[in-house]
Design a protein around this ligand. Structure first.
Ligand code: GTP
Ligand code: MG
Length: 403
């Protein structure tokens, strides 16, 4: 893996009307030709997503969106895609072209989008753009701040053409980083320096060819950083691996599908957990997921369950979300229960019809994104859990593992 995984990157999203200068600003600020620019409104259609390394911010993803006043035939779809890109945002820049403020135009759209951002607790900076096109931009900035009810820290003025104000933007962004950004660890207190950790990673037909999957790679990297000794094996070689160790490992981390075969082999003094359980805590809210798994008990043959996958990959035959979990649920509650599957960014606004949501491990999503999905479920009083916790519950080992 050459690059920082996308889910670990700081996500910065730009919003504004068509022609407010979003794409031009990205190019001017990063010094790269990332986004297409033209004076035709509606140049940017689908969100443009670019992974980039920036001084003082590190590994970022910058997302350029379609103008939120896009009135073209496809405008509505574009706007809804722009809105959906908020789910993954850590920081937002909302551009308002200076000539628009100078003309005294209504700022209702800006207020509405600021409200959307505030609702998702996204740190937002309002940018008065294209200041080279107006007289006295500082007066307009003060006027804009008053009209939108912003403090000094929440707005700045710049011109992407003359680059005046770009350095203030670069200074402002690091101050907007969410407090807990990047502070989360995968294995937390379960493994410390000097511990031996066994990783059980099945390489069956559902595993990608010639590589390990992201949670396995990230966990390995973190354990190496911590100074742990790592023993890697597949479920069928676990007994041999354990026998070859002088002392029992401190921790065994297994793929959740291999739980049933790994648990009987666990030495008494070792802790056992799974990659998906670790990532449930790393990416989401483990206590809520455990509570959600216990809601399985309250399901009936009339229940409606939503399975949400982050990836849009073609389902493999042994697919855990589309085959394994539904089969286990149906075996327990009968064939008539309804199980809907959504993938990628398709996560319904209205979750009220569901009795339970089971989310994948979300290795492709950032933590902010998963937490927003959890919040949406909680706000609608729908229990939510994830694949690993759900499987651990259904196979009766949730109480036997560490998290
Ligand atoms: N004078 C001046 N023109 C600018 C500036 N920034 C952008 N423009 C011009 O404004 C027009 C629109 O710029 P874009 O960057 O494509 O705007 P956008 O917000 O991405 O527009 P959409 O993709 O249509 O939503 C282009 O002709 C740019 O050259 C600026 O700082 N000063
Ligand atoms: Mg654009």
């Amino acid at each position: 893996m050459q690059q920082t995984p996308r889910a670990e990157r700081l996500h910065i999203v730009l919003y504004g009307r068509c022609n407010s200068g979003k794409s031009t600003l990205i190019n001017s600020w990063t010094g790269q030709d990332i986004a297409l620019v033209s004076d035709t409104p509606g140049t940017t259609t689908d969100p443009v997503v670019k992974a980039i390394e920036l001084p003082h911010l590190g590994a970022c993803v910058i997302i350029d969106t379609a103008g939120y006043d896009d009135g073209s035939g496809l405008g509505e779809q574009r706007v809804s895609r722009s809105l959906r890109s908020m789910e993954q945002a850590h920081i937002a820049l909302l551009l308002v072209a200076a000539p628009l403020v100078a003309r005294g135009e209504d700022l209702g759209l800006e207020r509405a989008w600021l409200q959307e951002l505030k609702g998702r607790k996204i740190a937002t900076l309002v940018v008065l753009s294209q200041t080279d096109r107006v007289e006295q931009p500082e007066v307009l900035l003060a006027e804009l701040s008053t009209r939108l009810g912003l403090s000094d820290m929440q707005a700045l003025a710049l011109s992407a053409h003359t680059r005046e104000g770009i350095s203030q933007l670069k200074d402002a962004l690091p101050r907007m980083l969410p407090e807990d950004f990047g502070s989360q660890t995968i294995t937390r207190g379960l493994a410390e320096r000097g511990d031996v950790v066994v990783l059980v990673m099945p390489q069956d037909q559902s595993a990608p060819k010639g590589r390990l999957i992201l949670p396995q790679v990230q966990t390995t990297r973190e354990l190496l950083d911590k100074g742990c000794t790592i023993v890697s094996c597949t479920p069928d070689t676990l007994a041999h691996s354990l026998a070859s160790l002088a002392v029992p490992p401190r921790l065994i981390i297994t793929d959740s599908q291999a739980f049933p075969s790994v648990y009987p082999l666990k030495p008494e003094g070792s802790l056992l957990t799974s990659f998906s359980v670790l990532f449930a805590a790393y990416k989401g809210d483990i206590d809520l997921f455990v509570e959600g798994a216990r809601a399985i008990e309250r399901l009936t043959d009339q229940s409606r369950v939503l399975i949400a996958e982050a990836c849009t990959h073609a389902p493999a035959s042994e697919d855990i979300g589309r085959a394994k979990i539904p089969a286990l649920l149906r075996k327990r509650y009968g064939q008539s229960m309804t199980i809907d599957v959504v993938s990628g960014m398709d996560y319904p606004e209205d979750l009220g019809q569901y009795d339970l949501i089971i989310h994948c491990g979300a290795c492709m999503f950032n933590r902010a994104h998963v937490l927003r999905r959890i919040a949406r479920a909680s706000n609608q009083q729908v229990p939510i859990t994830n694949y690993g916790i759900c499987l651990a519950y259904l196979t009766g080992i949730l109480d036997k593992i560490s998290y």
